[in-house]
Design a protein around this ligand. Structure first.
Ligand code: ZN
Length: 285
């Protein structure tokens, strides 16, 4: 170990004491019109529903201006959510930038942003029955955009065997079935998720990603407003409530209900779908 690595400088404490600044202050983001969404939701009707079976994923389509709700049924269960622009699957949810803009966990009023070069809101969270949870004594919060998704590659790396019902594989199979593409092609479109209902944080001492039993109970839901036409996929994670482990058939696992609601005609007067990011893409050339 070099001297510079093992011996802190004389002003180490002064450097550590510098106050942080928020990297992406969200004060200049145009706020969603939640009052409009609430009014539109009041007269909305259920137009579609599907169920993600335990250790499987389901796909669903949501036209721009509709709502979709993910509900816990039967038992505590975490869901891994992917979103694509319905007419162009290269535009997909960007969990890293959503995290940079809104924080490690999302709730009502936060938006799910799409990848470059689109970088526009795909959906806005309009209701969260677990908003009461806040931050627990361990630093845990609900609905994270930290975790990537459980996957058979990391499992193979760490455990040495093959498990086929990780969220990555569930999402890949569901997308393949929806689009007709081979699963090896579909998996390239699967991306880092929103961990719906999952309770996570970082350990204070080592900074490691942790999970703990989700506080979700049957009847709890997370609801979204679609800002563009969406194709979604939701996996009922093999980890169940993620209190102990994932990437196995050990945990108790329950289905998740997905419902789509259409507002009454004229209820969204003045609203238009999100437009693509305004950057000119010349990159200085
Ligand atoms: Zn999972």
């Amino acid at each position: 170990m070099t001297d510079r690595q093992s011996h802190p400088p004389a002003d180490a404490e002064a450097r550590r004491a510098i106050a942080p600044v928020v990297a992406y202050p969200d004060t200049s983001l145009p706020p969603p019109d939640l009052a409009l969404y609430t009014r539109a939701r009041e007269g909305a009707t259920l137009v579609a529903e599907t169920v993600a079976a335990p250790r499987e994923a389901a796909t669903f389509r949501v036209p721009a201006g509709h709502f979709f709700r993910i509900t816990s049924i039967q038992g505590p269960q975490v869901g891994d959510l992917n979103l694509w622009a319905a007419n162009d699957l290269s535009e997909r949810f960007f969990s890293g930038k959503t995290r940079a803009l809104h924080g490690t966990h999302v709730t009502t009023g936060d938006r799910l942003w799409s990848c470059f070069p689109y970088l526009r809101p795909m959906a806005t969270i309009t209701e969260d029955t677990l908003a009461w949870y806040g931050t627990d004594p361990h630093g845990g919060r609900v609905h994270d955009v930290i975790g990537t998704r459980c996957d058979p590659y990391t499992h193979h790396l760490l455990a040495g065997d093959d498990y086929h019902h990780c969220c990555h594989s569930n999402l890949s199979r569901a997308l393949a079935a929806e689009t007709g593409m081979p699963v090896t092609k579909a998996e390239l479109l699967v991306h880092d998720v929103l961990n719906v209902f999952m309770c996570t944080g970082f350990t204070a001492d080592t900074g490691q990603y942790f999970m703990k039993a989700s506080p979700v109970r049957p009847g709890d839901y997370l609801e979204f407003f679609a800002e563009i036409d969406l194709l979604g996929a939701l996996s009922a994670c093999p980890g169940g409530d993620c209190s102990a482990e994932h990437s196995s058939d050990t945990a108790a696992c329950y289905p998740l209900l997905i419902q789509v609601f259409e507002p009454a005609g004229g209820a969204l007067q003045g609203w238009t779908p999100a437009t693509m990011n305004g950057y000119d893409r010349s990159h200085g050339l």
